[in-house]
Design a binder for this molecule. Sequence first.
Ligand code: CMC
Length: 395
Amino acid sequence: NITKYIDPGYLNTVSGHTRVSFVDGEQGILEYRGYSIKELAEKSTFIEVAYLLIYEDLPTIQQLEEFSKKIMNHSSLPIELRNIMSCFKNDAHPMGMFISAMSGLSTFHPEANPALAGQSCYDDPYKRDKHISNILGISPTISAAAYRHKNQKEFNNPRDGGYIENFFYMLHHEKGTDYQPHPVLVKALDVMFILHAEHGFSCSAAAVRHLASANTDVYNCIAGGAAALYGTLHGGANEAVLRMLMKIGSKANVPAFIEKVKNKEEKLMGFGHRMYKCYEIRPKIVKTIALKVFEVCGREELFDVALEIEQIALKDPYFIKRRLFPNIDLFSGVVYKAMGFPPEFCPVLFAMPRLVSWLAHWSEFLDDPNRKITRPQQVYTGHRNRKYVPQCDIK
Ligand code: CMC
C-alpha cells in the first residue's frame, strides 16, 4: 500500500543532495556555495556570483575576465531566432517569448541533443561550458528583444561592456543616440540579480533537474525551468504583486483587502514561502535597493501600499499563526516599476538571474553518479476494465 507515501507538493520528499545553496528557513539563512547572501549582495557582482554558483568557487581575476568574455562572445541572436521573435503578437507576454526563444535555441545546437550527438555529449567540461556561456550570453539579448517587441522597436545588438550595462543598452538604445545607463540603476539591477540567482530545489530548479533526468537537451531544460518559474506562485509572483497593488490602489484600501485575504477570497501575493518561517533577508535588502532607485527615478507610490500591507499583516493573527512573512516578490516588482519596466516584464527579470541556478543544478545533476530518470509513483483512483460502448457515431 503506497497511499501512505503520497506527498503533495513534496513537503517531505528529498530528491537528492546538492552543494549549490544552503537554506535554513527557521533562521532565515541563505548561503550560495557557503557564502551568505547578505555578504554577496554587499560585495560581489552578478557575474562573479554566476561563476561561483556554477563552478563552486569564487573566480580569480583571470577566470572572471575569461568567463565574462565567453559570455559576451555568445550574446548575439541568430537571425532566424530574431525573425521568430518578431513574429509574435505585439501584446505577447514576454515570458512566453523568453521560453519559446530558449527552446528554439536548441534547434541551433544539435550538438547539445543526446539523441543526435550521443548520450555522452555533456561529459566533456569544455562542451558543457560552451552551452553555459551560450545561455548566459543570449539571455539578455532575448529578454531585451521581448521588451522592445511590445513597442514595435527594432531589436538592438549587444555591445561590449558589463553584463547589466549591455542589457540596459539593448533595452533602451535608439539609433543615432548615445545611450548610457544610470550607474545607480545598473548597480541596483546587479544586486537584484544576485538576490534572485539561486534558491535550492525551487519549483523551477526541481523542474530543470526533472527534465535533465530524461536526458533533455540543456536549452529545453532551461526553457522548462523558465516555464515553471512563470507561474504566479513562483517567479510570476512579482507581476502578480504589482497587479494586486494596482488593484488595491492606496494605503487606505489595504485593511479591506487584508480582510478578503483572511476570508480566503484573495491571496496575499508577495507573502508566504515554503521554506521560510521567519522574515528572511532578501525582501529587506530589496527595500533598501528600492530607496536608492527612488532617488534616481522618483518614489513609486505602490511602495507605500506594499509597506502598509507588510505593517498590517505582520501584526495580524492570521499571518502570525501561519508564519507568513513578506517574500522577495513583495517589493521587487515595485523596484522594477520605478525603473520603468511594465508588470509583465517582471518575471523575465526573475528568470534572467535564476537561469544561473538552473545551469548549476543541471550541471550538478549530470555529475551525480546515482542519477536516475525522475518518475514518481502514483495511486490510481479511476475506472478499471470498462467495456467500450460507442457513445456517438465516430466517422
Ligand atoms: N496569502 C494568504 N494565505 C496564505 C498565503 C498567502 N500568500 N500563503 C499561504 N497562505 C495560507 C494558506 O492558505 C494556508 O492556510 P490554511 O492553513 O488555512 O489552509 C497556509 O497559509 C499554508 O499555506 P500553503 O499554501 O500550504 O503553503 P505552501 O508552502 O504550500 O505555499 C506559497 C507557499 C509561496 C506558494 C504560498 O505562500 C503562496 O501562494 N504565496 C503567494 C504567492 C507568492 O508570493 N509566491 C512567491 C514565493 S517567493 C519567490 C519564489 O521562491 O518563487
